[in-house]
Design a protein around this ligand. Sequence first.
Ligand SMILES: Nc1ncnc2c1ncn2[C@@H]1O[C@H](COP(=O)(O)OP(=O)(O)OP(=O)(O)O)[C@@H](O)[C@H]1O
Ligand SMILES: [Mg+2]
Length: 236
Amino acid sequence: MRAKIISFVQMKGGAGKTTLCANIASTLSDRANVLMVDTDFPQSSLETWYQIRNDKYVIENLDIAVAKNLSQLQKVVRSNLDNYDYILIDGHPRITNITRAVVILSDLALIPLSPSQVEVWSTKHLAGIVEEAKNINVHLETRICWNRYRVRTNSAEEVVAEAKKVLKIEDLPTKLGNRVAYLDSFAQGLTVAEWHDQAAKMEIWSLTSAIQRTLDKQANHRIKTEAQVDTFAKAK
Ligand SMILES: Nc1ncnc2c1ncn2[C@@H]1O[C@H](COP(=O)(O)OP(=O)(O)OP(=O)(O)O)[C@@H](O)[C@H]1O
Ligand SMILES: [Mg+2]
């Protein structure tokens, strides 16, 4: 079966795209072959994380590729569809043609969001692109992934309700807390599953299972053709 494509998209810088991508990719790689694609050139923090990890440890079932532009993205994804179980794409922090291509290529586009009203508002534009993409890629699933979530605060719960209404995108049941483990483990080329914060570890396992369940329910389908992706990417 072809690789499932999971992407992390959000125009708000620092929302957690790269952190989530590395943590989920590594967790999936315990049982599957995973390719990560870093589209955030020249920042390339996912690639840097991978290099640190590679210098220190033996990495199994987890590879990385870099896509600096639309044609590289198309090539990397298409040439690896049969080589991996999952392809995880770390998105670019701006709406570029790469971002649009990433969304339309995805089986599941994840939108990291922290519970702030302002961030919900600034995600509206992205939600519009997702809706547009769903007209062409009818199997596309999208989920908000709450990050840096403050439990038991009214304001956070209100923002979650508001996001559902305004963005019209479902969320994943597991919400990630604001934990220094995400920062510290990443700096060492590790994930929170390999760190000494039990709560963070449980969160990532639970989130990864929720992602797998979402993909398991999806019908098999082909990814859009190169021409369809190009047209959508360059439409705006
Ligand atoms: N749940 C969390 N708790 C604490 N810190 C976090 C959490 N998620 C992410 N961070 C930290 O926030 C910073 C930004 O995260 P990250 O680099 O993953 O965001 P990004 O969306 O990829 O940003 P960019 O748009 O710049 O690529 C990093 O220093 C990261 O360690
Ligand atoms: Mg990033």
